[in-house]
Design a protein around this ligand. Sequence first.
Ligand code: KIV
Ligand code: ZN
Length: 516
Amino acid sequence: MPEDKVIIFDTTLRDGEQAAGATMALEEKLEIARQLERLRVDVIEAGFPASSPGDFQAVQTIAREVRAPIIAALSHATLDAVDRAAEALKEARHPRIHVFLSSSDIHIMHQLRKNREEIMAMAVAAVERAKKHCQDVEFSPMDATRTEPEYLYALLEATIKAGATTVNIPDTVGYAIPEEFARLLVGIKENVPNIDRAVLSVHCHNDLGLAVSNSLAAVRVGARQVEGCINGIGERAGNASLEEVVMGLITRRDFFGVAVGVDTTQLYRTSRLVSDITGFPVQPNKAIVGQNAFRHASGIHQDGVLKERTTFEIMDPHSIGIPSSALVLGKLSGRAGLGSRLEELGYRLTPEEMSQAFEAFKALADKKREVTDRDLEALMSDRRRTQVEMYRLEHVQVSCGDHEIPTATVRLIDPQGRVLTDAATGTGPVDAVYVAINRIIQVPNTLKEFTIGSITEGTDAIGDVTIRIQKGGRVYTGRGSSTDILVASAKAYINALNKLMAIEGVPESKAAGSAT
Ligand code: KIV
Ligand code: ZN
């Protein structure tokens, strides 16, 4: 008998973006969506069109540009929201409308201030409306794991009858325990008479650190879609980490007996991209994609792996796309050497992109004796960021010291291509740079976090700056890297401001400095 397939549903761009500080610009979402397509996930939840014009545009753009996977749009259970989701998905080759509505009494009574009958009617009406727009409709009873089971069964039966082709069981608050969650799914299979007409899906949050365990327990008893996010990002403690779910199912295929369609060799690259765009580092001991996930420190383990890899490795790092050796490039390395290394790191470049990358590599190799894989990743990230930016850093110069007032001169290129220059003093060199930038791009915001690290060891290492700025209720993350930490700091701030402006709009240019 052929194995069942488990549908992999990625919600990095929707639930993942709900993580505080993970706001992404349109181009960044599109880049992640393209990478998720390369990863061959089955479904990409691209956003929540009714929630903001930015989300609408992101879903619309991804639906138009990313053709292989199903593109899902989340929707409240109201007719207007469903219509808006359908509108955003108009150009999708494989559209899905995902309707959600709370089903637990806690939510129904305290948040929605309705009763169960009203919720049932709303859910059915919304699914029926979605069905008028597209065949593929998913329904999620939010907070399902704290919902009275009999009511949950009735709601699922009614929404399947109304046309839902997937019913998703969210553990919205990360409350479930694997054995209990599996029992809930068995109960659904036994008590929802038409359950065989829909795919049974799960969506687990990680408040108790059990999101992956709950998802796997659900597959074991018949769930055939798992929702999650790359690197496990998401609301509060996050969602189930997709790379862990996928590798769990593949590595223990003997136990689960299911197939997944993902190209696992793209997992590492996808993880790096999401980390880079969101500014959320991947912890070193993170399963599958952490820096130490395949490093063997103890002598006994090293000895074992050298003799036979499987002694202490249950997965082949190549199968995740982790490059084989930490080959080091340098000043004398040629274009071919760089090209093959970048390819091994998962980058697919056009000849023109390759030429630009080579130029940037040569400039870096002039400053740095050894260029490692991590340097190359930083270089490529920096290039990616500057390509999509409205304002670009042209030049920064700082004068400071123990008897000087830190003074910075900054030159930027604005979206119209004009060169804008200004200078300012500050309490320190970074402050002076930021004040000068503020004088040019006049967008009030609060700096919430400034972190500086280095990509590799040594005094010639690339400095990597992550900052988070806040405007209104939203936090925007910016990253910048350079061998000069003041340049990295300036790049990070401009990157964050660009994201803020991409979402909130560009203010009238009131550049204080000279324009040429
Ligand atoms: O956690 C949750 O309940 C959700 C739903 C919208 C599916 O994200
Ligand atoms: Zn969720």
